[in-house]
Design a protein around this ligand. Structure first.
Ligand SMILES: Cc1cc2nc3c(=O)[nH]c(=O)nc-3n(C[C@H](O)[C@H](O)[C@H](O)COP(=O)(O)O)c2cc1C
Length: 313
């Protein structure tokens, strides 16, 4: 059985396992974050679709479900990013995973509040910028990942060793990790831990719609679309076909933005509109074939890790 007492990420976050349950719009609310924290991981509430008042309520609900630390994920392009950050600090949150923007923008207030500050990147050059900006760790997210993605197309297998080489802060591998063997592979590449999104989106405690979870269980085919506008990896459906056709016809950034509109992600993942909504999920969709509890996922990750390590002997 793995012992991560001296693991740098576990020590930094105060967790039993070197696993961060990723922030995910419409999926990672209070229940998911609290369940992940209870299972020994860092649980994150994904603020990317929330207004500050709603986020406050989610933080309080999570606190009522667990006394273990939880954090908040804030994509910095979110129009309520600053308000969400201030509300989280006021609610006593001291662990932040930011993404989609410059970490310099928020380093000041987070450091002043004594918060742990982790940023998500898709290249080693940006990992270096995170270290320079004062981040306590960096999430290096490969091309396989679900949700919005960098344009670099670097896979986790290639990105992680580059980041490990480039920075001295802990490196968290993300993208394409859903099993214990993949967790072992990420640590073998030199990562201090992992951030897992898609696998946790398809759990009992995820706030995603049941139809979305079932679509992932049945689906295998994902594609990174909208590289001109804001790259996002989506499960196959009618909406994705429309976007792909528009892109092939040479649509402008503005036309793609209009097509995406405000509500597509909510429609797909939260309201279960499988045809017209956006279904964000990673390549590991092909490995996800059930909807277990968070505790079951974590148990499988740990036993799969041990089995994976065992295969190397
Ligand atoms: C449904 C879904 C929604 C996501 N939403 C966000 C988000 O709001 N903020 C963010 O930083 N990343 C988001 N991501 C990316 C995850 O935080 C994470 O880095 C990624 O899922 C890791 O790759 P994996 O899906 O292969 O595990 C999302 C991913 C998924 C699958």
């Amino acid at each position: 059985m793995a012992d991560w007492t001296n693991n740098r990420l576990c020590r930094l976050l105060g967790t039993e396992h070197p696993i961060i349950q990723a922030g995910m719009i419409y999926n990672s609310g209070a229940e998911l974050a609290a369940a992940a924290a209870e299972a020994g991981c860092l649980g994150l509430i994904g603020a990317g679709s929330m207004r500050a008042d709603f986020l406050r309520e989610e933080i309080r609900r999570a606190r009522a479900l667990t006394d273990k630390p939880i954090g908040v994920n804030i994509p910095l392009i979110h129009k309520h990013a600053r308000a969400c950050l201030e509300a989280s600090l006021e609610e006593g949150v001291r662990i932040f995973v930011t993404s989609a923007g410059s970490p310099r923008k928020v380093a000041g207030p987070l450091k002043k509040a004594g918060a742990l500050f982790i940023h998500v990147v898709a290249s080693a050059a940006l990992a270096v910028k995170c270290e320079e900006a004062g981040c306590d760790a960096v999430v290096c997210e490969g091309f396989e990942a679900g949700g919005h993605n960098g344009r670099e197309e670097l896979t986790t297998m290639v990105l992680v060793p580059q980041c490990v080489e480039a920075v001295s802060i802990p490196v968290v591998a993300a993208g394409g990790i859903a099993t214990g063997a993949q967790l072992a592979a990420a640590l073998a590449l030199g990562a201090d831990g992992v951030q897992i999104g898609s696998r946790f989106a398809v759990t009992v405690e995820s706030s995603g719609h049941a139809a979305f979870k079932q679509a992932v269980v049945e689906g295998v085919d994902t594609l990174l679309v909208m590289k001109k506008h804001i790259p996002v990896r989506l499960l196959s459906n009618e909406f994705r076909e429309q976007i792909t056709a528009l892109e092939a016809a040479g649509a402008t950034r503005e036309e793609l933005a209009a097509m995406l509109g405000e509500g597509r992600a909510r429609r797909g993942m939260f309201e279960g509109d499988l045809a017209e909504g956006e279904l964000e999920i990673g390549q590991v969709a092909a490995l996800i074939d059930d909807v277990p509890t968070v505790r079951e996922v974590v148990d499988r990750l740990i036993s799969g890790y041990d089995a994976g390590i065992g295969r190397l002997m």
